[in-house]
Ligand binder design. Structure first.
Ligand code: HEM
Length: 511
């Protein structure tokens, strides 16, 4: 069988070749077809890619044109802004007319030495002003109920302590210094400001962030000093023109000024040292007007760029400022010292009325406080409240053990007056109200209005043997203007805490 198959294969070679040839021919035409399709597809893809590329190029070209147009528009906008920007730049860098012109200030006396000398005097005097001012605030015992005229700002009260009762002249002295020194420094502050006036008008007003901060500290120190001195001087003249409370404004103003001054002194101290070394005070005091020359130019521009010929010597200027200071103090300080010097206190608000011997100054009269005859007449009663309530007529108060103490009344305005007071110890009155170990006391006045109608006293004040409810002054009954029928007198307390026309005292037990 196998053999027959082989033989059959050998027998049909021609038929099989033709079949193979036909098969081959069919295969090659399919391959050609596939190849041509692939070729056509590639050509089509290439054409599509070329078309897309062209489209992209066209798009880019259009975008380019748009950008070009936008650039042109921007150029035109910038060109349009160029003028105002240029004008603005010019306005900032070119000083305006008047005091801003560099040549406007020509005094040949201005210069680093003069400013430094005046700065040194202020550096000695101003801290004393600050200290005595803050002591005056502490003297009001602002932590006690109702005593604080400056609500809020608890952070500013960090330094407070219970005010002393001894020595009894402490408030008289510290407040006397505050007022006298304030007056003495007034001309010096004004001349110091005059010496740096050109700097206040320097142009441009702000050159950098650091310069802006320095300028802010100058607003605080210049604004602060002018505000403090203006309100203080108006107050000592009893000239209450401000639409705000003097106490609140003067205290807050002081803190703004202190902050500005600390920054200013920190920045200027090295300049001051260099300035003081640049000239000799002794030589300057020997230099006449004819020999007076401008100071050397300084980097800060305190010296005038083009100084005019001098019309006064530096020693003349210093003598005028010093003389003004001495004169102001001489016209005021007698009201604090007392004795014959009281006659010289023409600048004191009470003028010569307080200069007459035995005439005790009065800040607020009974009439000004709105007191009537009935208030202080036979119906007057003193109400003492503690563990029990006691009502006393004036005669009953006079029948209690009487003590005498020589104590000054010292006013916040600087005047003070020492006198002999006779009355009952506050601690004795507390015991009468059933308080064995007295703490604080709230003292009230008959007057219906006024900031100091009520005053809280501290335990040391109530327990001091010299703290009295006084009925007599210098051996005679109190006059109505001095607090008749009865008033308190507390050693070392500010004048307004010695309440006049007292009709009620509430004592607390010391816990
Ligand atoms: C009431 C207090 C004071 C006021 C209102 C005041 C005001 C001024 C002002 C406005 C300037 C010009 C600042 C500038 O633009 O550069 C100045 C400069 C100056 N101050 Fe005062 N000042 C006071 C106190 C002091 C004190 C206590 C010192 C002591 C260190 C002092 C030392 C100086 C000095 C040395 C300059 C010149 C600075 C320089 O060379 O750049 N000042 N002061």
């Amino acid at each position: 069988m196998v053999w027959s198959t082989i033989m059959a294969g050998q027998r049909e070679p021609g038929r099989r070749g033709a079949h193979l040839r036909a098969k081959l021919a069919a295969g090659s035409s399919a391959a050609v077809k596939v190849l041509s399709v692939a070729l056509l597809t590639a050509v089509a893809a290439l054409a599509a890619a070329v078309a897309m590329l062209r489209a992209a190029v066209r798009l880019l070209a259009r975008a380019g044109t748009l950008l070009e147009r936008a650039g042109g528009l921007m150029d035109r906008a910038v060109a349009a802004l160029d003028r105002p920007v240029g004008l603005l730049r010019q306005a900032i860098t070119r000083p305006p007319p008047g005091p801003f012109r560099p040549g406007a200030w020509r005094s040949p006396l201005r210069g680093r030495w003069l400013t430094s000398l005046l700065g040194l005097v202020l550096l000695i005097g101003l801290p004393v002003m600050v200290l005595t001012g803050l002591l005056s605030y502490a003297a009001y015992n602002p932590r006690l109920l109702g005593n604080d005229q400056t609500p809020g700002a608890p952070l500013l009260k960090f330094f407070l302590f219970s005010w002393f009762t001894h020595p009894s002249w402490i408030y008289r002295t510290s407040q006397g210094i505050h007022i006298a020194l304030g007056l003495a420094l007034t001309p010096i502050v004004l001349v110091k400001l005059w010496s740096v006036l050109p700097k206040l008008f320097s142009w441009p007003p702000v050159r950098s962030a650091a310069h802006a901060l320095e300028r802010l500290s100058l607003v605080m120190v210049v604004g602060g000093v002018l505000f403090e001195f203006a309100t203080g001087i108006a107050d000592i003249q009893n000239y209450y023109v401000f639409p705000f409370s003097f106490y609140t404004a003067h205290l807050y103003g002081a803190w703004v000024f202190i902050a500005g001054l600390v920054i200013h002194v920190t920045l200027k101290f090295p300049h001051m040292r260099a300035g003081l070394r640049s000239r000799s005070l002794r030589r300057e005091l020997r230099t006449s007007l004819a020999q007076t020359r401008p100071e050397a130019p300084d980097a800060e521009g305190l010296r005038a760029a083009d100084p005019a010929p001098p019309t006064i010597s530096r020693r003349g200027l210093l003598a005028a400022v010093g003389g003004a200071s001495v004169l102001l103090v001489a016209l005021e300080v007698g009201q604090s010292i007392g004795g014959w010097t009281r006659r010289t206190a023409l600048f004191g608000p009470r003028g010569l009325s307080a200069a007459q011997p035995g005439v005790f100054p009065v800040n607020r009269t009974a009439a000004e406080a709105g007191l009537s005859d009935a208030d202080v007449g036979s119906s007057y009663r003193l109400v003492l409240t503690g563990a029990r309530t006691v009502r006393l007529t004036r005669e009953q108060i006079l029948a209690l053990p009487q003590r005498t103490a020589v104590l000054p009344i010292a006013c916040v305005e600087g005047w003070s007056y020492a006198a002999s007071w006779t009355g009952v110890r506050l601690s004795d009155l507390a015991r009468l109200a059933g308080i064995a170990n007295p703490g604080t006391a709230l003292v009230e006045s008959i007057q219906a209005t006024g900031s100091f109608r009520k005053t809280s006293l501290s335990a040391p004040q109530v327990n001091d043997p010299q703290s009295l409810l006084a009925l007599r002054l210098d051996g005679a009954d109190l006059s109505r203007d001095h607090g008749y029928p009865a008033r308190t007198i507390i050693p070392a307390a500010p004048g307004v805490h010695n309440t006049k026309w007292v009709n009620k005292i509430t004592f607390t037990e010391n816990t």
